[in-house]
Write a protein that binds this ligand. Sequence first.
Ligand code: SAM
Ligand code: GLN
Length: 290
Amino acid sequence: MLLKDLKEIYHKQLDVIYGKEEVGSFFFLCIEHYLNLPRFQLALQPQFTIVKSETDMFFKVLEDLKQQKPIQYILGETEFFGLPFKVNKHVLVPRPETEELVTLILQNINKQKNSKAIKVLDIGTGSGCIAISLAKKSPNTSVFALDVSKEAIEIAKQNAKLNNVEITFIEADILSETTWDLEFKDLEFDIIVSNPPYVRDLEKEEINPNVLNNEPHLALFVKDENPLLFYRAITSFAKNNLKQNGQLYFEINQYLGEETKQVLIDANFMDIELLKDLNGNDRMLKGIKK
Ligand code: SAM
Ligand code: GLN
């Protein structure tokens, strides 16, 4: 089959769902991924043909896209902070807001004058995107990463290998104080970071169906009555396990900026900063342990 005919079929069937531009970019991602072709190849060789097994594969992808399955899950990979990450249905697809959080942390690490080795913990690591980017971009850092999901830890381990970094992975529930005693008794960190679940059930309505139907609910949702439970637990944990002047970073729910900030104020953190993402929404919180 001619590759350009296939492209036309993609547009015909998908433009109504995603718009022309996004479908074009899906198609190019697919030809890069499955055919190992650079995206300009089609322009250079309009008569480029693909064999039956390849055509079958592209039609399967087309079906998945029609069902609004995220392209990252279809391909099984994505990019975060310029690095490759494997993803599957057990981990959240890393978001651009989270890249902003990583940038903020790296800026602060680089500001520090002494280049002493530092210890970092990422709580709710999912694909490992935060932990692995920090390990990669800040070499003098020893990074620990925790998740309650065995399947997520499995993917995060593969991603650490893929990116050639050493991370200490811990499979445990951060809401359980037993975890704190068992896993972290004598460990103190310079930095603790977390992008925990923070979307309230009441916000489900505004969540895109492709997120709602495909991404792990364990990674996303919290009960309406207690949306800050992870922030409270992690902040108490950080009171014990951050060094003096250690830094705590959170990605947060945009509608709960002030309330989440109050959690750090109540716990006596200092230099608290509530920061916005590129869309102008409250998204990051930083505090220093006294
Ligand atoms: N850090 C990744 C990122 O930024 O893309 C994933 C963040 S995702 C919003 C939250 C993660 O927290 C999920 O991987 C989920 O499995 C994990 N998680 C949920 N409940 C947890 C718990 N009680 N203890 C530890 N991790 C938990
Ligand atoms: N930013 C994610 C979303 O909008 C939510 C991430 C989280 O719950 N920590 O789907």
